[in-house]
Design a protein around this ligand. Sequence first.
Ligand code: MRU
Length: 345
Amino acid sequence: MDSRTGTPAHDSLRAVQWRGDHLHLLDQRRLPVAEEWLDCRDAPEVAQAIRDLVVRGAPAIGIAAAWGVVLAAQRGNALDDALTILRAARPTAVNLMAALDRMRARIDAGADAADLAREAQAIQDEDLAANRAMGVLGAALIEPGSGVLTHCNTGSLATAGYGTALGVIRAGFSAGNIARVYAGETRPWLQGARLTMWELQRDGIPATLIADSAGAHLMKSGQVQWVIVGADRIAANGDTANKIGTYQLAIAARYHGVQFMVVAPSTTVDMATATGDAIAIEARDPLELLHHAGQRTVAENAQAWNPVFDVTPHELIDVLVTERRTIARPDAAALAEVFGRPVAH
Ligand code: MRU
């Protein structure tokens, strides 16, 4: 903990910054090669930034979208149109819809642009507080000296700050419970290789990169005791959508006796979706697979299928950490106890 700022150790980055009349975003397409920032001045620009992965990660896109609504209100643009275009930016992470529903409720209650800015700031502040709370709860479950494997990027870049799974890793490393961190590269967009490795290195947490296909081999070696991941949408029965590749890690973890932890704020829990089968899985451009660093790497005319999320069945999850509570073996009954009864769409 920095005694001057009150900021926990290993936490120095804020990638989504409101500047009074525009949104300042660290461009995640360019990291780690270049640290460039992009300014969005209206809701369509924010929606475009979300679609293009300038800003990404479930909580971060919800926060950015909330600021997109503020920009529309400041400019006197049609708020219904802004809400519609922002909601359509990406389909899987429910934090986007949750943030926009919250902004919609304020609009319906007669909020002006200043009121909406306060709401967007509250969404952002609450996410940071949730991450810090989850960090403490998750880190407490990990035995001193453990090794962990994470997937995708779930850190300050993906949230208001600190991170979900990476928040637990930050807190666990600070407490001495985590001795080794491995990050899967997260093909095809390389969130693990480009973003998680950069973020951890920047905050002084040593990490080792592995190919995604090395996960099961790593578990067999005994180097990791936990797989720790975030989530984009958690259905009412605990089934969890997260970055493609998460499901196979969960299967391998169960086989090898490695514990599997999902870390997500309550804004990621979707009690209106009964099971993971009903979660919309985003498919992105096959060119993400057919090219690497702007260069075609696969034979011309070859096809590719590029789903960018998968669903881990709740039976494979040992523990779900939310800011409200840690839930061992999450299922429909356990989630209903913490989040209330499932609601219909
Ligand atoms: O496609 P992305 O990069 O937005 O996917 C992000 C993830 O899958 C993260 O693991 C998830 O959003 C949890 S982040 C706090």
